[in-house]
Design a binder for this molecule. Structure first.
Ligand code: CMX
Length: 438
């Protein structure tokens, strides 16, 4: 059985050769035009980043090295006694481009469990924070403080060759992914369940199994399965989204993976990005309170218009790239459809009913380019059903997940020797001058 490092050692030279050939033959080939709308419009659609592990098609959604979410559900290893994809098999796929064997997946689970304990200074730091500090702020601080033990930073200080960057980056990325559950669980316990003892990491189970144990929900098999699926399918969403892009940008300065991912978490903490999953549930619960019993499509429609007319966005709908319902939303909805207790839950029913009404309302409203639900429309309500009701915490779970993709790409950016990112900016006057007479 190969280790993840051995698997990478096999694929890296091939990818390096592929990149070298592309550079030699096509450095000056054109991929598209840069228009003024790109410069003033958040760079939507501008092809300007290399990101190999996943590609987002506007109509069919995300593919991880060519595999759709249903493909992954068929091909990637589940936990013993479980059915859903686990984080380790997704991480292996993202990093190597290969579907791991069951033995490889289990070996990676063990490696992560063995490396999962937090150093004392991080425990002390997190325990010293006010419980009123947003859990995402705490997560970013804890991740940054883990850089105390960065192998990359230490090796860089000693002086290493560029060709060795990736191996130390890999050490840090694996250590960080391993430690995120203990960090995220500690934040949850401090803020919401103080005074309870956190169970030790079980070396024989998977990353998310341990995470759910440490959160205090280990006895709930369905929640554990849900979080396995959730964390696997939130793992990567190509490179241009704000959190992935931030990790990539900061990493390009050769700041170590802890600092790079800490910065990414603060991008994820914005309401237009990861914080939306906290917003969605709050908004749906307010809607439920407002509409009372016997909620009809008509009543939901009125409530949606109320949100829109007050100048707010409908959280959980729309997307920077997608132009169809998000297949991650579909996968999470399907999880609900197979479980009668979830189907009977009024909040889950409301989320489903809202997804039947909102696209037409948003089309009529006429602003958003994508009137369909994104993943955040569904993700929180299942957590709520299973008793993880603290929705300020939901983005933290997203943050545990997104590490899989963002850190994968840091390893690859260093393996491929990608340079410091430094696009050209222009003043308004400079843009006017350039376009005059065109
Ligand atoms: N409700 C109301 N209006 C919306 C909307 C929504 N859900 N989504 C987009 N719009 C509006 C935009 O605010 C924009 O209006 P203005 O021209 O007045 O500024 C207009 O439609 C065009 O926007 P767009 O090009 O369709 O969308 P963007 O690429 O600019 O933004 C996103 C994408 C996700 C930020 C936006 O759809 C949104 O705010 N959605 C709600 C928040 C949300 O669900 N975020 C989670 C996204 C997934 C994730 O990253 O986690």
């Amino acid at each position: 059985t190969k280790t993840i490092r051995e698997a990478l050692e096999e694929v890296i030279p091939k990818k390096q050769a592929q990149l070298a050939a592309l550079k030699a033959r096509h450095s000056q080939s054109v991929l598209g035009d840069v228009k003024v709308e790109h410069v003033i419009g958040g760079m939507r659609g501008l092809k300007a980043m290399l990101w190999d592990a996943s590609v987002l098609d506007p109509l069919e959604g995300i593919r991880f090295h060519g595999l759709s979410i249903p493909d992954c559900q068929k091909q990637l290893t589940a936990a013993p006694g479980g059915k859903e994809i686990i984080a380790e098999s997704m991480l292996w796929l993202l990093l190597t481009g290969q579907v791991p064997t069951e033995a490889e997946t289990r070996q990676l689970s063990r490696e992560l469990a063995e490396k999962g304990d937090l150093p004392k200074h991080v425990i002390d730091l997190i325990d010293s924070l006010p419980t009123t500090l947003h859990p995402m702020t705490q997560l970013g601080m804890g991740v940054a403080a883990l850089n105390h033990d960065s192998k990359f930073a230490a090796a860089y200080e000693e002086g290493i060759k560029k060709s060795e960057y990736w191996t130390h980056t890999l050490d840090d990325c694996i250590n960080l992914i391993a430690r995120l559950p203990a960090l995220a669980a500690r934040i949850y316990r401090n803020v919401y369940k103080p005074g309870q003892e956190i169970p030790a990491i079980n070396k024989d189970i998977d990353l998310v199994g341990n995470y759910v144990n440490m959160l205090g929900f280990g006895a709930n098999h369905d929640l554990t399965e849900y979080l396995r699926l959730y964390i696997a399918i939130h793992g990567d969403h190509e490179g241009g989204n704000a959190s992935a892009h931030t990790a990539h940008l900061v990493g390009s300065t050769l700041a170590d993976p802890y600092l790079s991912y800490s910065a990414a978490l603060y991008a994820l903490a914005g309401p237009l990005h990861g914080l939306a999953n906290q917003e969605v549930l709050r908004w749906q619960l307010d809607m439920q309170k407002e509409l009372g019993n016997n909620i009809t499509h008509e009543k939901i429609k009125e409530s949606l218009w109320k949100t829109l007319k007050s100048g707010r966005v409908v959280p959980g709908y729309g997307h920077g790239v997608l132009r169809n319902p998000d297949p991650r939303f579909v996968a999470l909805q399907e999880f609900c459809l197979t479980r009668p207790d979830l189907l009977a839950d009024p909040v889950i029913q409301l989320v489903k009913q809202t997804s039947e009404v909102a696209p037409d309302v948003l089309k009529e409203h006429g602003k958003t380019k994508n009137p369909y639900p994104n993943v955040d429309a569904a993700s929180g309500c299942v957590l709520y059903h299973y008793g993880l009701t603290e929705f300020k915490y939901y983005t933290v779970i997203f943050g545990v997940s997104r590490a899989l993709g963002a850190l994968t790409q840091l390893v690859w950016a260093r393996a491929l020797g990608l340079p410091l990112e430094r696009p050209k900016s222009l003043s308004l006057e400079a843009i006017e001058k350039l376009v005059e007479g065109q």
